[in-house]
Design a protein around this ligand. Structure first.
Ligand SMILES: [Zn+2]
Length: 449
């Protein structure tokens, strides 16, 4: 029996050179796009750092000057890298991306907060994917003699009337209102699973528009009922903070979700628009830099929380699956090249760095020296005790160390990738190798990123 082999493409019509050229130019434009975003982040960071520094200088506030210094180091163009040919172990795909080497983790930092939003998106998608809606097969079902609608995903936006207070105060009022609402039986009944984020915008009259986004599992909620519940919670919170509630009600917007990915993007946005910080009065900006612990902006509750707990206790094989899931390109492209996400910038860290920076001055001789250390001082403590100048000396050594460690970890994790700075200069691999040997000689283990 003879077989007919049919080429999938007509070879005559195929111009290999033009395909290669197209591939090449696509890669170049992706690179240009990524670097444009990195440049933008760097510039925004520098602008906000300068605003903070100016306000802090005027107020003679060394800690806030330190805050600005940390932001500036993060926004420094030399602190960014661009990488190509990262291998996604779950799909075998190659991807490219950019990130900061050192992450300041501060709330006013455009880069760090964008990264934290990306992390939240991945968690949200993961949780959504593993939480089943009940009674999917029926539109309605009967329970206890009542007809109940099936569960659906709903997008709920909760807003508050205008307040002429600082961002810190308006955020506290919002937090209190939410705490009141989430404890209601109403909420637990109608919204059995919630992914929540807090966001704000600055109005043209320089007041803050705080709002909460919920992506929830929900039954049909009569709009008047949820508005009534939310309004009463907000009124109570306003009264507790001694603010007059002048509006007719606090607003609620309900939408059915048809596109989960889109909804996740909407929920897990950056805490505010990138230019908001520039519209804020200097004293409000300073107030923000003085907040040591932020309330959690991203919260998962109800059935979603149960899913999260289940996912966390799965065995190592599932943990591997999770990490490869987290690597999936499609889940968190911002429509631009992928952002790499290696820092933990959780809401309450106040910019303390994760494991990289266990040492405050020198690389420790042995890892157990890190363990022996009592509770690590915060950067605020150091500035308060020793002053800003002394802190800066320590800090810039830390940044240098963090950058080197980050490079090493990235190389270990992505042996197929090639790295450069934003100007296209490739990393000095010999220097990194030397650093790795120094660490090895001191018995410090470096794990891949
Ligand atoms: Zn940062």
């Amino acid at each position: 029996m003879t077989r007919n082999y049919v080429p999938t493409k007509k070879l005559i019509g195929l111009d290999l050179n033009s395909e290669l050229k197209a591939f090449d130019s696509a890669a170049r434009s992706k690179r240009a796009e990524a670097i444009a975003v990195a440049d933008y982040r760097s510039e925004r960071g520098e602008v906000v750092a300068a605003l903070v520094a100016a306000a802090a200088t005027a107020a003679n506030d060394e800690v806030s000057l330190g805050y600005a210094e940390r932001m500036r180091a993060c926004a420094d163009r030399q602190n960014f890298y661009y990488g190509e040919d990262f291998l996604d172990s779950s799909t075998g795909e190659l991807f490219s991306g950019f990130n900061n080497l050192f992450g300041c983790g501060l709330k006013l930092c455009q880069s760090c907060m964008a990264r934290s939003a990306a992390r939240n998106r991945r968690i949200a998608l993961r949780v959504l994917e593993h939480t089943e809606l009940l009674n999917k097969e029926h539109y309605c079902f009967i329970t206890g003699g009542y007809i109940v609608e099936q569960e659906q995903h709903r997008f709920v936006t909760l807003t508050m009337p205008k307040i002429s207070k600082s961002l810190k105060v308006s955020s506290k009022i919002q937090k209190r209102s939410w705490d009141l609402l989430r404890k209601l039986k109403f909420t637990k009944t109608y919204l059995p699973g919630i992914i929540k984020t807090a966001e704000f915008t600055v109005r043209i009259d320089r007041t803050y528009h705080n709002h909460l986004h919920l992506l929830a599992i929900s039954y049909f909620i009569p709009e008047s009922l949820i508005k009534e519940a939310w309004t009463s919670c907000v009124k109570t919170a306003f009264a507790e903070f001694g603010v007059d509630f002048e509006a007719a009600q606090a607003n609620v917007n309900l939408k059915l979700v048809y596109d989960l990915q889109g909804a996740v993007k909407e929920v897990c946005k950056y805490i505010t628009k990138s230019d908001s910080w520039e519209k804020i009065p200097a004293e409000h900006l300073l107030e923000i830099t003085r907040i040591k612990r932020w309330d959690r902006m991203f919260e998962i509750s109800g059935r979603f929380r149960q899913t999260l707990a289940k996912l966390k206790i799965q065995d190592a094989a599932a943990a591997d699956a999770l990490s490869s899931f987290l690597d999936k390109k499609s889940t968190f492209t911002d429509g631009v090249a992928r952002e790499l996400n290696y820092f933990n910038t959780d809401g309450i860290t106040d910019g303390e760095l994760s494991s990289d920076l266990g040492c405050s001055e020198e690389i420790p001789a042995k890892p157990d020296e890190i363990l022996k250390k009592p509770k690590r001082e915060s950067w605020r403590d150091i500035i308060e005790r020793d002053g800003l100048e002394k802190y800066k000396e320590i800090f810039y050594r830390q940044v240098e160390y963090a950058q080197k460690i980050r490079k090493l970890r990235l190389i270990l994790k992505f042996p197929t990738a090639s790295f450069s700075d934003l100007d296209g200069r490739p990393w000095d691999l010999a220097e990194i190798e030397q650093f790795a040997q120094q660490l090895a000689a001191r018995g410090v283990d470096v794990l891949p990123a």
